[in-house]
Design a protein around this ligand. Structure first.
Ligand code: MEV
Length: 450
């Protein structure tokens, strides 16, 4: 055993875990312990709930919780809660929301809500024999999971399809059951995985009891049962559109048509070039993830899904698209995203719960719409900056405050710096120089002093 290794860390109390960590992995035991304690929630009950979300919890990692107002989505006004550490993101979302507000806001269409799961298995035999049994197998599977699905069915969901996928051309004896689910307002991960694991047992039982099968055909190896985070049919489209003349105020150097065409060209580049598409989509996920996190949803799942969808034809492309036709600018985003507004962290995490309250307790499809609108707004703001002023102008102004905080600038210095850098380029060294000069000025005796 290495001297710093440990087994059974999870059995220690929180204080003991912190002691162990501070002793073995910190430069200064006292500071580490103090720092971890300082982020504990003052309400012990809330802290207990937060601790319960994960394992070996020592403290809380705090991110800013902001709000982007003026989001008109399908005729309804929202103030959108966003959890994000990157400066400018909330400001950009808010500015795009305000820009589109008098033009009718964001229109969305939920194109589908089907989630997917797979039962992966190996079976040696003639595939036609398996295919012929599918109708009977489906009836058996559905009946064997009734105890899991009945509640979901009462809420209007359940299993929507079961397909046998023959994958033997890629891997010997490999098959899947590809299963479609409707999970109403829940993300449905636990429901889907429970059904699939039961399907595994049911399949084994069914195959082993086939009288027409040989001894070897009666054996099936269940490899794994798990939902797929790729849900191309759980997808929402968000769009904005307006006559190009209404874009006259989008940029000082271009008229509406000029701006629209340059903007569309930038989006086209993200459609055809994976390097640009990656950054373009990252900008979309600045907005999407911030709301996904604020509402207690799984941002890793939504990102993974979106990026797979972006590469669905074999090349990674932008998730958003733009056309300028017959004098109309149209910009839209197709976002595959599986979300929940009940279950999981949504009600347990106090701020996720609050976010859903602020959003008017949306259904899962309504939350899909709000999040897609936020992603589109974020994308609009980023591309608008890129094709007009450049991204650094707005970004570095916000970043200035981070640099000042990093360098220990006080409130007065921040105020003075904001003024000084209004028409100057912000950089780490320029800010340091500015602060040094201020300090020198303070320590130098005034010329007229007697
Ligand atoms: C920065 O977080 C996001 C952008 O790079 C997105 C984009 O380039 O479209 C500004």
């Amino acid at each position: 055993m290495h001297e710093k290794s440990i087994s059974g860390l999870h059995k220690l109390s929180k204080a003991e875990k912190i002691n162990w960590l501070a002793k073995n992995f910190s430069a200064d035991e006292g500071t580490t312990t103090e720092s971890l304690h300082s982020f504990w929630h003052e309400d012990a009950e809330i802290q207990r709930i937060l601790d319960g979300f994960s394992e070996n919890t020592l403290s809380n990692f705090v991110f800013p919780y902001g709000i982007a107002p003026n989001f008109l989505v399908d005729g309804q006004m929202y103030a959108v809660p966003m959890v994000i550490e990157e400066s400018s993101v909330v400001a950009a979302a808010a500015s795009a929301a305000k820009f589109w507000l008098p033009k009718g806001g964001f229109k969305t269409t939920v194109l589908g809500t089907t989630k997917l799961g797979q039962l992966h298995f190996s079976w040696k035999g003639h595939s036609a024999k398996l295919e012929a049994l599918m109708p009977e197998l489906c009836r058996t599977l559905l009946s064997d999971v009734q105890h899991i699905t009945s509640n979901m069915e009462k809420r209007g969901g359940g299993i929507s399809s079961i397909e046998l996928q023959n994958m033997c051309h890629l891997e010997a004896d490999y098959y899947q059951l590809k299963v479609g689910f409707e999970t109403c307002d829940s993300m449905g991960a636990n429901f889907i995985n429970s059904v699939l694991e039961e399907f595994g047992r049911s399949l084994q039982h069914f195959i082993s009891a086939q009288p027409s099968f040989s001894a070897s055909e009666r054996e099936v190896e269940v490899i794994m049962a798990i939902l797929s985070n790729y849900t191309p049919n759980c997808i929402v489209r968000a769009e904005v559109s307006c006559p190009v003349e209404q874009l006259d105020d989008a940029c000082i150097n271009l008229d509406g048509l000029g701006f629209a065409e340059k903007f569309a060209k930038a989006v086209r580049i993200a459609e055809i070039d994976p390097y640009r598409a990656t950054t373009h989509n990252k900008g979309i996920y600045n907005g999407v993830d911030a709301v996904v996190i604020a509402t207690g949803n799984d941002f890793r799942a939504t990102e993974a899904c979106g990026h797979t969808y972006a590469a669905r034809d074999g090349q990674y492309r932008s998730l958003s698209h733009c056309r300028v036709e017959n004098g109309i600018f149209k910009f839209w985003l197709d976002l595959p995203i599986a979300l929940g507004t009940v279950g999981g962290l949504t009600k347990l995490h106090p701020l996720a719960n609050l976010s859903l309250e602020i959003l008017g307790q949306p259904s899962a499809p309504e939350l899909m719409s709000i999040i897609a609108a936020t992603g589109l707004a974020q994308n609009f703001a980023a591309v608008r900056s890129l094709v007009t002023t450049g991204i650094q102008k707005g970004h570095m102004k916000m970043h200035l405050m981070n640099i000042l905080n990093h360098l220990g600038g006080d409130a007065d210095a921040c105020k003075a710096a904001a003024e000084y850098f209004q028409d100057r380029v912000v950089s780490f060294s320029a800010v340091r120089e500015f602060l040094d000069r201020r300090e020198e000025g303070k320590t130098k005796p005034a010329v007229n002093a007697m």
